[in-house]
Ligand binder design. Structure first.
Ligand SMILES: C[S@@+](CC[C@H](N)C(=O)[O-])C[C@H]1O[C@@H](n2cnc3c(N)ncnc32)[C@H](O)[C@@H]1O
Length: 395
């Protein structure tokens, strides 16, 4: 007997097969106990040499790959059953969305609004932040004519790509009820730790406000000059009721908790302070792009055989130190009950510091084998990562 999920998937297959009216298909989120090859897949019809083909954009959280497939060769049902929890199929006169619950049941929603089909095959990546937005001019990323300053272009791209990861992660967390849907009375509290000139702080505030998400954003930086500058900009933009700044050290901040902790290149162990503060305050989501790190390199002096081959050359020791620092941060977050991933949030040409630790609080209990391997590594390498001394995840 066909289940509701079967019926819904068949309806989706039918809409996808009608390429003359198909607008797009989005597959995202992971079904319980299933693994998916990509974080998100976007499929849409495009016109190439007078023929419609399906353009498949697959994003693994690091990079997007694109391929085109003839409609008759596209196995729609296979894609729909790949393991994604959220399936959205839009067509010119409506949309079908299927959410597959933890129990494998379908929550189906149909919408009748008209949508436009765009068959251009090389649409440019839509920008989230319009370069002429007054906030970008005020914070000095754009010039007074609303053009990105060449010297600020890397920062602009870093902030855009950071947002590109934050937004779907946040939406999934709200959908999965890991974060309560924000309301004007209870806005989403976001802390940007080590905010500096607050490029990311303002961008997150402005973007989420533009999509009608009630937010309260707090930027924390130890430098009083940052506080003064950022407060003046917030006042000028008339947003000082929903964005605020504190000139405080992260580990001594007067702020006690937040829903989402973000940090973009908080120097060295300030990243550890940020993670420790966020976890202690019960933050539900952490997006942390670490900066330079020296803590472990200085400790890697008694590396066990044969691994000391890896640390013989200064350059490699430094890179290995970076990798180990972030790997152990991710492991500590896992032990603290977070589902944690380490991804590249931007191409290396815009910053060599392009790793992001993304962690969602699930309260999953630490497994004995994870605790064991973590303890064994610290013991054998005779290291004590900065985050471990700030957050005691193993008793
Ligand atoms: C490399 S900047 C990054 C600034 C900003 N996030 C950005 O991406 O443009 C690092 C910032 O972290 C701040 N910082 C370093 N240690 C800190 C600490 N312990 N507490 C608060 N802020 C800190 C510095 O003052 C500096 O503004």
């Amino acid at each position: 007997m066909a289940t509701e999920l079967d019926d819904a998937l068949e309806s989706a297959v039918k809409i996808i097969s009608e390429t003359a009216t198909l607008v797009r298909v989005v597959l995202s989120g992971r079904r319980r106990n299933m693994t998916v090859p990509f974080e998100r897949i976007d499929i849409r019809p495009v016109l190439i040499k007078d023929a419609i083909v399906l353009q498949i954009e697959q994003n693994d959280g690091r990079a997007t790959t694109v391929k085109n497939v003839a409609p008759q060769d596209f196995g729609a049902r296979g894609y729909l059953e790949m393991g994604y929890a959220n399936i959205l199929v839009e067509h010119t006169s409506g949309a079908l969305s299927i959410r597959i619950t933890k129990k494998g049941e379908a929550q189906v929603h149909e919408d009748k609004g008209a949508r436009e089909q765009n068959l251009e095959h090389d649409r440019r990546k839509a920008r989230l932040l319009d370069p002429s937005d007054p906030f970008l001019i005020e914070i000095g990323i754009s010039d007074s004519d609303g053009r990105i300053k060449p010297t600020r272009s890397d920062k602009y791209i870093q902030v855009e790509e950071f947002l590109r990861l934050l937004v779907p992660t946040l939406n999934s967390a709200i959908e999965a009820k890991q974060i309560a849907k924000p309301t004007p009375e209870k806005p989403l509290v976001i802390a940007d730790l080590g905010c500096g000139n607050a490029y990311l702080t303002f961008a997150v505030h402005q973007y989420l406000t533009s999509i009608d998400m009630p937010v309260h954003v707090i930027g924390i930086d130890i430098r009083p000059e940052s506080l003064k500058r950022n407060n003046e900009i917030a006042k000028k933009l008339k947003i000082d009721k929903t964005i605020e700044f504190k000139a405080e050290a992260i580990d001594q901040t007067s702020l006690t908790s937040c829903d989402i902790a973000i940090a973009l290149h908080a120097c060295d162990t300030a990243t550890d302070d940020a993670i420790a503060w966020a976890v202690t305050g019960g933050a539900k989501l952490l997006l942390i792009a670490p900066c330079c790190q020296h803590d472990l390199q200085t400790q890697m002096s008694q590396v066990p055989e044969p691994w000391n081959i890896l640390t013989k050359h200064g350059l490699m020791k430094e890179r290995l130190g970076d990798l180990m620092t972030d790997a152990l941060r991710a492991q500590i977050l896992k032990l603290a009950g977070y589902r944690t991933e380490v991804i590249e949030f931007i191409g290396g040409e815009h910053t060599p510091r392009n790793i992001m630790i993304r962690a969602v609080l699930t309260h999953a209990k630490a497994e004995a084998k994870d605790i064991e391997s973590y303890k064994k590594m610290l013991k054998e390498w005779k290291i004590d990562p900065a985050l471990a001394s700030r957050l005691n995840v193993i008793q």
